[in-house]
Design a protein around this ligand. Structure first.
Ligand code: FES
Length: 149
């Protein structure tokens, strides 16, 4: 854990509790997950109950308690996307990757997740791979995207 960098992030905030999300983003980016050790450290430094930090980490899909694979695919399953064919997109991804929702490929390259609205409803059906957005998806488009990864 990079305590020095975390301390630097915390110093930027007058209200130290506001440093929680920036600290979590940094650790997720650096370590690919939010460990117990990190949650304990932040709870103590930011004076936030550990259970509250755990709730934040569990609530936001961009944070993970388990180490994430290289490509985390998040497919939107909310209404607009659902009405525009999310099921077809998910079926294609399952078929191409050979995994189910919530699973990772054996080589550790892809993780497949179903999430709520990504804010891309005007491009439904939509998904994200890591920080990149993909909209107006079709089965063929999804296959091309996976091939390019
Ligand atoms: S409903 Fe899918 S991005 Fe909003």
């Amino acid at each position: 854990m990079k305590k020095e960098k975390l301390n630097q992030i915390m110093e930027k905030f007058e209200n130290k509790q506001q440093a929680l999300l920036p600290c979590l983003h940094f650790i997720q980016e650096e370590e690919g997950k939010i460990s117990e050790e990190v949650m304990n450290f932040l709870a103590e430094k930011l004076d936030i109950p550990r259970v509250e930090i755990y709730s934040v980490v569990s609530f936001y899909s961009m944070f993970s308690l388990e180490k994430q694979n290289k490509y985390v695919i998040r497919v939107c399953a909310s209404l607009s996307c659902y009405l525009n064919g999310t099921n077809k997109i998910i079926e294609t991804l399952k078929e191409v990757l050979g995994i189910k929702i919530g699973e990772s490929t054996p080589d550790g390259k892809f993780t497949l997740e179903e999430v709520s609205c990504l804010g891309l409803c005007d491009q439904a059906p939509a998904m994200m791979i890591n920080d990149r957005e993909y909209g107006n998806l079709s089965g063929d488009k999804v296959k091309e995207i996976i091939k390019s990864c």
